[in-house]
Structures are given as structure tokens and as C-alpha cells.
Design a protein around this ligand. Structure first.
Ligand code: HEM
Length: 520
């Protein structure tokens, strides 16, 4: 989700309009800024444009890392009047996003997203009553206790996915991982089972998400002048409004069709347990059906791409680190003696698998290298710097994971770093080899509500895959053999390894037998 919160304007409206309007706002904001404290340091700004010209076009986390090395742990940039603050140290991230969460937990408001019908989803909602109501529902359905009840569904979908990979060597792994992620989320959310690669409901959800991505692109004139949203769609030049009206129908129909599908199943007495079924039985929440149907749609939007990206990272890490794969296989074999497949209950007895998963999260590029930007809802002063109201706040998770004091030898894939029994600290009191899960799922009030589900999905995927298959020979689309340091990751809020193929084959006839046991 959300390749959207921050990038550069595109030509949907004239650059001159954007420059003059935002420049004006910038000048006013600059002179009206009440605080006497300076903004955090950063690269020199040009009048009106700020840092627009040197703003990185992709993989911003790397450039931000260079800038923080030069200017300090907290830097600020200005892009056409918008203040962007980047945090590079765990202490600052925790202090601002967690301890001062009341000021640092808003989101950027984008009018076009509202117009196309994604207006009150959890991920885009500013703090307030609606946000609290949606997060309460998320905690009910995705809290640690609830998630224990989903292991069977996850297990079935993951095993089916691995069988499909083994049955069709050279098959499309991205597609299959996407299908697996969608199948888990749609089954838990609506009780709906995905039966084919080109499933109709997956296509509906993906289409609604595509509209979200397009609406989130910067450059819509209505994001610059929000009052234009009141223009009628017949108004000359109001192309944005006509598109918004058309797209809103698609987004709303997608939500309605899936929820109605569950409704029909309940009426027919054939419904499987699901979040939608819980919702439909909840007369209080159903008073705001529009809001909660959007919360359900958010789960696919926020959980689909992230689950797929972390799955791809797992395959790549295994294929490029055969020693780590062999150690993980040995650990499982010692425990199960190869007589059965590992189950989720085995997790406490398989510490290397957990350590390997943590290293997969940390290694190279994290799934969300800058998290999802938070936005300040009021001005704050921190370490003598002014953090203005409305500032876009990034935590550079990539940079934290590559800090050699915090993660010694950060470029090396080393699961063992997470097996240390004794907690050690750096000279500045930062925990060495801290659990990456403290970072990859975001922070404070916006902390990912799907993290327990994501965590159990990843564990089950890793344990089943490692127990039954060898993953090897990762090759990029140019036919180059990938080693641990030659991997490319995509730009974007959710980053994933650039397309690659690898061989996934059963470790032994016995392992293959266990994988296919009872499967039809
Ligand atoms: C490896 C998998 C995942 C990763 C790395 C991940 C990461 C994140 C991050 C970094 C955020 C932003 C947190 C912040 O702003 O501080 C987030 C938000 C969110 N995630 Fe996840 N996520 C994953 C899986 C999931 C799943 C499986 C679901 C649901 C089924 C989910 C639902 C959400 C929602 C609804 C939000 C918005 C929360 C809000 O704005 O209040 N995520 N996630």
C-alpha cells in the first residue's frame, strides 16, 4: 500500500501553478511561524523551491542517510514549502513517535484520496473519534489473542502455496506469493476462499487499491486547492472530479460486493467465520457500515503488498545464504526428526528460525524502509529545534538497520546476532542487535495493527518452506546469478527485491511426502 505519501509532483497540473501557489503558502508560513527555535539542520534551501531540486527521486532512505551523517541525527528539508523531518536515531524515533505520540500521529491529508472513496480508512485517518473506533475494531480482530485462532487458515494457505511452487517449477513466484497473501487476508476477512490465480475478488480488491495509488500521486490540483472538491463534475477542466466520481463507484462497488458476498453466505447458512461476519452481527458498528466496510478493505490494501514483499525477501535470503538455510534445516530436523512438518506450537523450540526471520527483516532493504510517514498535529520543540505543525515525519529504518554500532557488520546476513543471550548497549545506551520487529511495523499510535498476523504468517511460511524444500539459484531478469550483495530492491514506500527467479525443490522424497500428505 501507500506508494503515495510522499513523492514529487507530477504533471497532472501545471508546474507553474504548483510553484506559485505553494511558494506563496511557503512565504506566508515562513513569516507566520510562531516558534523562535530553528528548524533542524539540513541541506541549504533555495528560495521557494526549498530542496526540491536535490530531493532524491528514488530510494530516499539512502540519501537521507548521507544527509544525517553530514548534518546530524535529525534533519529537515523543505519541498515547495512543506517541511519534511527525517529521524535517524532510535532514541529520537522512540521519543517523538511513542512518548510524544499525541503530537506525532497524524497523517497527510490528501483530498483526492477522499474523493475516490478511501476517505476514512484506518491508514489515512487523522487521530480522533473515528480513528479510535477503527483501531479498536482492528485490535479486536487482529490482537495477539485473536490471531492465535487464524493459524489453521494461514497454515493451509501457506502449504497450498508451497505445493503450487513445487508442482510448477519455474512458475511465477511473485504471482503465487501475491495469491497466498491475498488468500489469507480474504479468507480471514470475508470467509472467502481464493481458488485460482485470476480470482475475481482478488482482482476487485487490486483494482480498488490501484485507484488508491493513482489518487495518492501528488499533483492533483484538488490537493493544492481542497475547496475545488465542491466543483460539479460537469465543470470545464474539472477532470479530477470526473475521474474521482468514476473511480469512487469502482471502489465502493468493490467493498460492497465482498461484504454482500459474506451477507449472502450467512443467510444461506454457509458462512465461514470471518471479520465481516463479526461485523455484520454487530448492530452498533453496523450503524456505520460505510466506515467499517472500508476498514475491512484496508486489510488487503495494507497487508497484501507488505506480506508479499517480506515473503520475497525470505526466498531471496535463503537462496543467497545456503549456510543459514542449512542451519535452519538442521534445527527443524533435530526437533521433528523429519517425521512430521513443524507446527506453530513448535515455535519456542526453534530459536534459529526466529533469528533468521529477524535477520531477513533487517538485512539489506527493509520492507518499509522509511515506515509510513507520520504528520505532526501541533508544533513541538525538540532538542532546541522547532518541529512545525503539519511537518511530514520519517523514521529512517533503513539507516537504523545499517548503523554499525547498533548492528555490527551490518552488510552481512547473520541470524546469529539475534541469538545473543546477554543484552549489550552502545556507548550512547542504544541496544545492540535490537529486535528489528521494534521498527519494521512502525511506531506509537500508528503501529501496524496487522503485525501479529504478519509475524505468524512469516514464521509459518519460513518453517514449512525450510522443512520441506531447498531454495537455491537466485537469478535476476538479466540472467545474472544473485549473491548476497548484488541484490536490487525496488523504490517505493513498500520496497521489495527486484524480480528474480529461484529453484524451489523438495529436500527429499520424505519431505515431499509430508508436504503433499492429505492434499488434494
Ligand atoms: C510484513 C508485513 C507488514 C509490514 C512490514 C507492515 C508494516 C507497516 C508499517 C510500517 C505501518 C505504518 C506504521 C506507522 O505509521 O508507524 C503499517 C500500518 C498498517 N498496517 Fe501493516 N505491515 C505488515 C502487514 C500488515 C498486515 C498483514 C495487515 C492487516 C491484515 C496490516 C495492516 C496495517 C494497517 C491497517 C496499517 C495502518 C495503521 C494506521 O495508520 O493506524 N499490515 N504497517
Amino acid at each position: 500500500m501507500l506508494d503515495l505519501y510522499f513523492s514529487l509532483p507530477n504533471p497532472m497540473i501545471s508546474p507553474t501553478v504548483v510553484l506559485s501557489v505553494i511558494g506563496g503558502v511557503w512565504l506566508v508560513a515562513r513569516f507566520l511561524r510562531p516558534s523562535k527555535s530553528p528548524l533542524p539542520p539540513g541541506p541549504a534551501r533555495k528560495p521557494l523551491l526549498g530542496n526540491l531540486l536535490e530531493f532524491p527521486k528514488a530510494k530516499e532512505w539512502i540519501k537521507y542517510g548521507e544527509w544525517t551523517e553530514k548534518y546530524g541525527d535529525i534533519i529537515s528539508l523543505n519541498v515547495l514549502g512543506q517541511t519534511v523531518v527525517v529521524l535517524d536515531s532510535t532514541k529520537d524515533v522512540k521519543e517523538l513517535f511513542i512518548n510524544r505520540a499525541s503530537k506525532y500521529s497524524s497523517r497527510i491529508r490528501m483530498t483526492m484520496i477522499h474523493l475516490v472513496g478511501w476517505e476514512v480508512g484506518t491508514a489515512t485517518c487523522p487521530p480522533g473519534d473515528t480513528f479510535r473506533a477503527t483501531r479498536r475494531f482492528m485490535t479486536q480482530i487482529l490482537g495477539p489473542h485473536a490471531v492465535k485462532g487464524y493459524v489453521e487458515v494461514e497454515d493451509e494457505e501457506i502449504s497450498a502455496f508451497i505445493r503450487r511452487l513445487v508442482r510448477t517449477p519455474g512458475g511465477e513466484m511473485n504471482l503465487q506469493l501475491q495469491r497466498m497473501a491475498a488468500a489469507i487476508i480474504l479468507r480471514l476477512t470475508y470467509g472467502y476462499e481464493v481458488k485460482a490465480d485470476d480470482d475475481e475478488f482478488v482482482a476487485l480488491a487490486k483494482n480498488a487499491l490501484r485507484i488508491f495509488h493513482t489518487a495518492a500521486q501528488p499533483g492533483w490540483i484538488v490537493d493544492v486547492f481542497p475547496s475545488l472538491r465542491f466543483l460539479p463534475s460537469w465543470f470545464p477542466f474539472a477532470t479530477f472530479k470526473r475521474k474521482a466520481v468514476e473511480w469512487r463507484k469502482v471502489v465502493e462497488a468493490s467493498r460492497q460486493r465482498t461484504l454482500d458476498w459474506t451477507r449472502t453466505q450467512i443467510e444461506a447458512g454457509t458462512a465461514a467465520p470471518s471479520f465481516a461476519a463479526q461485523l455484520l452481527a454487530d448492530s452498533e458498528r453496523m450503524k456505520d457500515e460505510g466506515l467499517f466496510s472500508m476498514v475491512l478493505a484496508d486489510l488487503f490494501a495494507a497487508g497484501g503488498d507488505t506480506t508479499m514483499a517480506s515473503g520475497l525477501k525470505l526466498f531471496l535470503a535463503l537462496a543467497t545464504h545456503p549456510d543459514a538455510q542449512a542451519k535452519a534445516q538442521q534445527e527443524i530436523d533435530n526437533f521433528t526428526r523429519g517425521e512430521r512438518l513443524p507446527t506453530y506450537e513448535d515455535r519456542p523450540y526453534l530459536p534459529y528460525i526466529d533469528a533468521l526471520l529477524k535477520e531477513v527483516q533487517r538485512w539489506d532493504t527493509p520492507v518499509a524502509p522509511l515506515g509510513l510517514p507520520h504528520c505532526t498535529s501541533e508544533e513541538d520543540v525538540y532538542k532546541g529545534y522547532c518541529i512545525p505543525k503539519g511537518a511530514i515525519m520519517f523514521a529512517n529504518i533503513w539507516s537504523i538497520f545499517h548503523n554499525p554500532e547498533k548492528y555490527p557488520d551490518p552488510e552481512t546476513f547473520k541470524p546469529e546476532r539475534f541469538l545473543e543471550k546477554q543484552e549489550r548497549k552502545t556507548a550512547s545506551g542504544d541496544i545492540i542487535n535490537e529486535d528489528p520487529n521494534h521498527f519494521v511495523f512502525g511506531f506509537g499510535a500508528r503501529h501496524c495493527p496487522g503485525r501479529h498476523l504478519a509475524d505468524s504468517t512469516q514464521w509459518l511460511l519460513a518453517a514449512k518452506l525450510i522443512a520441506t524444500c531447498n531454495v537455491s539459484n537466485a537469478v535476476d531478469m538479466q540472467g545474472r546469478h544473485l549473491g548476497s550483495r548484488t541484490v536490487e530492491f525496488s523504490p517505493g514506500v513498500v520496497s521489495q527485491p527486484a524480480r528474480f527467479t529461484c529453484i524451489v525443490e523438495p529436500r527429499s522424497p520424505q519431505a515431499e511426502g509430508l508436504l503433499f500428505e492429505g492434499a488434494n
